[in-house]
Design a protein around this ligand. Sequence first.
Ligand SMILES: [Zn+2]
Length: 149
Amino acid sequence: MSKFLCHCGYIIRDQTDYLPYKAYFFLDADTNQSFERFYTYLHDLQIALDQGKHQEFFKVVHGEENRIEPFSLEDSVATMFGGLFATRSHTLYECENCGRIWLQSHRDMNHYIPYLPEGSMRGVLKADDDKKKAYIEAVYEELTEKEGE
Ligand SMILES: [Zn+2]
């Protein structure tokens, strides 16, 4: 999704990398199946490496037509991990204006469902640094004080 209009009127743009208001998530129902496939790949890769047959392994796993000569270990792992990510992840966005979370309801569909936050907390999809931690601790106290009233 390149851009869309939030209910508050703010335009949420997705036209670059490292957006502080975008995240990916995996459904719990998909996690075991997805990661087990990746673990199986790693297991089989280890056997191929031990036997010195990793180029043959890459040919089988990635297909003859997708094989770059020589296919590197990094390329292979990146391709497998990228594929897992592309086929299993969902996207979500946080509106920087109103804090509304837009959640991709199905990974094959470009439909996003909005969820409004109850409090003033914003920036929940920003990188987990110390600044974010301090902000969350301050706002979280405010939220829990309200709950106690
Ligand atoms: Zn908004």
